[in-house]
Design a protein around this ligand. Structure first.
Ligand code: FAD
Length: 319
């Protein structure tokens, strides 16, 4: 059976959820082979999780080359894996680093690249992907016609499904070219932690828009009551009320939580593009004609400054 290479990302002490989604998709194409950059102890600690989601082998590279430089050495490692294993595809998560790695890998291996897929499956001519374009109004089906298909997949494209395997960890010896060490990391600073779950991985997301008037404290309080993450519309981000990394939508993040609460958000098509696959959508808006209500499973017509604190209080009482 063909092998499918999955680039694994780590989150805290574990494997990032988008990587488990990639393993789930990779199984549709062949045998998943996980590639990660971690020291041997950490690789051994992560291997059972990767195995639980179907990785048949875990290839791990470590050392200063991977810690001290930007993506160059990782691209070298993946290019060598592609050369040795001739996989049916390489799947990478559609983050900033993932897309840069995928683009460089495609150039290096003279392969076709598909970015931001929301589905991957086996097709007649190799892996077939779906991309959602024009704010979710059109779906494009594509296949790679040259080289090894390199595919970046958006987080939350699929729910991770376990399929237990027992992978061995194999150390990956990589020859890193001098030209791959063109940009060195000079300092890293941990992000100020909010203690909330990562936006794209959270089961509950409470997002605020222009209707908050710039005060996100009620949005944050409800997110905390529900154990969720905070999101924001572009209007809120552009107004400087919340950082861009929390923006949901076409030019922000795509989320697909169990529960999405849109507070003071009108429901513009570009916002919907990032949240319309949420399992349950609750909208709080004082305008009964707001387009978000057409998408919502539950709509509350009211002032979010009254509704959100009331819901947060009620949730707290039931805890
Ligand atoms: P508004 O549209 O101004 O809506 C505010 C809503 O709050 C209104 O419905 C109002 O009734 C309600 N409201 C006001 N006060 C209260 C209150 N006290 N209580 C309850 N409700 C209240 N947008 C995104 O969100 N994400 C993107 O990624 C994105 N990408 C874009 C890309 C492009 C190329 C373009 C052109 C636009 C993009 N936009 C994006 C912008 C998008 O078109 C909208 O402008 C934006 O989503 C509007 O944000 P909003 O809903 O917060 O603001």
């Amino acid at each position: 059976m063909a092998q499918v290479v999955v680039l694994v990302e780590q989150a805290g002490d574990g494997v990032a959820k988008p990587s488990l989604e990639l393993l789930t998709l990779a199984r549709r194409l062949g045998e998943p082979v996980a590639v990660l950059f971690a020291d041997p102890d950490r690789a051994a600690a992560l291997a059972p999780t990767l195995g639980e989601y179907g990785a048949t082998a875990v290839l791990s590279a470590s050392g200063p080359d991977f810690e001290d430089y930007l993506v160059g050495p990782k691209v070298d490692a993946l290019a060598q894996v592609v050369a040795h294993r001739q996989p049916a595809a390489v799947l990478v998560s559609s983050g900033l680093e993932g897309k840069e790695i995928a683009a460089r890998l495609a150039v290096r291996t003279e392969s076709g690249l598909i970015t931001d897929a929301v589905d991957v499956r086996a097709g007649e001519d190799g892996p077939e992907t779906t991309q959602s374009v024009f704010a979710g109004n059109w779906s494009v089906t594509a296949t790679v016609t040259h080289g090894t298909p390199i595919i970046t997949v958006k987080p939350n494209a699929v729910a991770p499904e376990p399929a237990p395997a027992s992978p061995q960890v194999e150390p990956l010896e990589v020859t890193v070219a001098d030209t791959s060490k063109g940009a060195r990391i000079t300092a890293t600073e941990p992000k100020r932690s909010s203690g909330r779950p990562e936006l794209t991985e959270a089961a509950v997301v409470v997002s605020g828009g222009r209707g908050t008037g710039g005060d996100f404290s009620e949005v944050e309080a409800l997110a905390d009551a529900l154990g969720g993450a905070v999101g924001a519309s572009r209007a809120a981000v552009d107004s400087g009320w919340y950082p861009h990394s929390y923006q949901v939508g076409q030019t922000g993040k795509t989320v697909s939580p169990q529960l999405y609460v849109a507070a003071g958000i009108s429901g513009a098509i570009q916002h919907r593009a990032g949240m319309q696959t949420s399992k349950a959508i609750v909208a709080v808006n004082k305008d009964p004609e707001a387009p978000i209500f057409a998408l919502a499973d539950l709509g509350v017509v009211g002032d979010l400054h009254t509704v959100l604190p009331a819901v947060a209080d009620e949730v707290a009482k039931r805890k």
